[in-house]
Design a protein. Structure first.
Length: 162
């Protein structure tokens, strides 16, 4: 038997106001995007905003469907749009937040497993990490420098080869 340890670093801010200016701008855009989410079933409106290497900010929000698997998360909406529209630009960072009228979200909202895998694939494709900034409607903000911290034992393309 062999035991191993995985370690990741997160930075925690008491509120979004403590974020560096570039991260705060991105979080504000993610918050705006969450306002326009199509979430009539869950009422959980998620917004994402990412900054490309050329400085452009791309926003996305969750898009639900009565057939739940047919919807798409905010993070993937933004990442796929960026890849389709700006295929040669790297994604430097992404901010994710959520809100609902049902209750206050005060813990940081983190990407789901599918979004974590897409973030990991995006990092591999561009050969550089993506800074991930996460918060709820209010309260603490978590920041990490790579999808590797959110999905440490991620599925990799080399597992498809003999």
């Amino acid at each position: 038997m062999k035991e191993f340890t995985l370690t990741c670093t997160f930075t925690s801010y008491k509120s979004a106001d403590e974020l560096p200016d570039a991260d705060l701008e991105l979080m504000n855009e993610a918050t705006k995007a969450s306002n326009d989410a199509y979430a009539p079933y869950s009422k959980f409106r998620v917004g994402a905003a990412l900054r490309l290497g050329n400085g452009k900010i791309i926003c996305g929000n969750n898009q639900e469907n009565v057939a739940y698997p047919s919807g798409l998360c905010a993070e993937r909406v933004a990442l796929f749009y960026a890849s389709a529209t700006y295929p040669n630009e790297i994604v430097e960072s992404i901010a994710v937040t959520a809100q609902t009228d049902e209750f206050k979200i005060s813990d940081p909202v983190t990407p789901c497993g599918s979004c974590r895998q897409v973030l990991a694939e995006s990092e591999k494709k561009q050969n550089t990490n993506i800074r991930i900034i996460m918060k709820g409607a209010e309260g603490e903000v978590y920041v990490t420098e790579s999808a590797q911290c959110l999905l440490p034992l991620m599925f990799r393309a080399d597992k498809l080869k003999k």
